[in-house]
Design a binder for this molecule. Structure first.
Ligand SMILES: Cc1ncc(COP(=O)(O)O)c(C=O)c1O
Length: 400
């Protein structure tokens, strides 16, 4: 057989996608799975957004769009950054892509050379590491321990930066922990980054509207305007507006970086789907009040899940202030054996046995760079969450 590219060495299908596939295969065999592995809202896309897409399709908005996004969507993004983040980006400082994921891909591929380092506060969303590796870069992990609420300490960050550092990637509210970055932490991080002008900073703010307990979201370029010419502020409509399938992400950043990323995108996908762009305009320019209602609903689910998990001897679960994930610690379960005779040495063993013996799909902490933990997504209805936690309790309590 003809061979494959070296750049794919060590790049695996993401663990959450693998778990979702495994759960789907079991479902197809008739097994009733409780799925807590998927990182997408269970709410439908709002009606007015769907309507805007239908109008666009019927109205003939079906030709190749500009590669960097339709002017009307770029204007809507410009307004969004001003409204929500107090950030002023010119239209040539904005790029539209197929999801925040393609924004991140464009950024890494347009800037990384072999030997470059990408600093990742850990645990991190799986794709940052794989995309950086595809770009030839090396990952440098900075642990954000549970004891510090999975937050990034400025001194740990400082110790990780070398002359080879190309990027720092910030993602708060965080996938997989839900951790948020309070204003003081951001100021401390900004102070460190002011000392290292050779480093780009990507802030992935995709969970910005999913915040709880009156937490006030802030983004780095807003906190420290002197960093704005090195910061790529990444966002998208997937999580806030329940539009994961529409594939619209966007960013604001320095003009030259945006131009290089646009060049990269031009050789991959060109401009994104026109119908989805019309939908995204409706999402960003339409009513915003339901975002708070949804956040209240997620907060109630978070409280339910954290309460149920902490009632299970052997698990320890923090109370995150954002996103829709919890990241319980399972150290007390290691070295034990399941009812079905499986030995639990790692968090991967734990989630596999949980799937096979209790049919609950979750994702192992190893996939996010920090063990022994597992990730639960609570972006699902409360009956499913109760049943999932009941099965997890049964599983953990039966370990011997
Ligand atoms: C932190 C983070 N960034 C980006 C994405 C991807 O967003 P999009 O659907 O816009 O590609 C995800 C999806 O899980 C995510 O968790």
């Amino acid at each position: 057989m003809p061979g494959f590219a070296d750049r794919l060495n060590g790049i695996a299908i993401s663990a959450s996608a693998a778990m979702t596939d495994k759960a789907s295969a079991l479902k197809a065999q008739g097994v009733k799975i409780v799925s807590l592995s998927s990182g997408e809202p269970d709410f439908p896309t709002p009606g007015h957004v769907v309507e805007a897409a239908i109008v666009a399709a019927r109205g003939g908005d079906t030709k190749y769009p500009p590669q960097d996004g339709k002017p009307a969507l770029k204007k809507a993004v410009q307004n969004k950054f001003l409204r929500d983040n107090n950030l002023r980006y010119e239209l040539d400082e904005i790029l539209i892509a197929n999801g925040a994921k393609q924004i991140i891909y464009n950024a890494m591929m347009a800037t990384c050379n072999p030997g470059d380092e990408v600093v990742l506060p850990t645990p991190y969303w799986i794709s940052y590491a794989d995309i950086a590796r595809l770009g030839g870069a090396r990952i440098v992990q900075v642990p954000c321990p549970a004891g510090n609420d999975f937050r990034l300490s400025a001194s740990d960050l400082e110790a990780a930066i070398t002359p080879k550092t190309k990027w720092l990637v910030l993602n708060f509210p965080n996938n997989p922990t839900g951790a948020c970055c309070p204003r003081q932490d951001l100021e401390d991080i900004a102070a460190v980054m002011m000392k290292h002008p050779h480093v780009w900073i990507l802030t992935d703010d995709i969970y910005e509207h999913l915040i709880y307990d009156e937490f006030e979201f802030r983004t780095l370029a807003e906190i420290e305007p002197r960093l704005k010419d090195r910061v790529l502020t990444v966002n998208g409509v997937s999580k806030a507006y329940a539009m994961t399938g529409w594939r619209v992400g966007f960013c604001g950043g320095p003009r030259d970086l945006i131009a290089a990323m646009n060049n990269m995108q031009g050789q991959a996908t060109s401009g994104i789907n026109t119908i989805a762009q019309a939908a995204a305009i409706a999402a960003l320019e339409g009513p915003q009040d339901y975002l708070k209602d949804r956040a209240r609903e997620y907060q109630a689910r978070r409280d339910l899940v954290v309460g149920l998990l902490n009632a299970i001897p052997g698990l320890r679960c923090h109370t995150p202030q954002g996103a829709f994930y919890v990241y319980p610690e399972i150290g007390a379960c290691l070295g034990k054996t399941t009812k079905g005779g499986r030995r639990i040495e790692t968090d991967t063993d734990f989630v596999m046995a949980l799937l096979e013996e209790q049919q609950v799909a979750t994702v192992q902490g190893a996939a996010y760079g920090m063990s022994p933990f597992f990730r639960i997504s609570y972006a699902t209805d409360t009956d499913t969450l109760r049943e999932g936690c009941r099965r997890i309790a049964e599983f953990v309590s039966s370990l011997t």
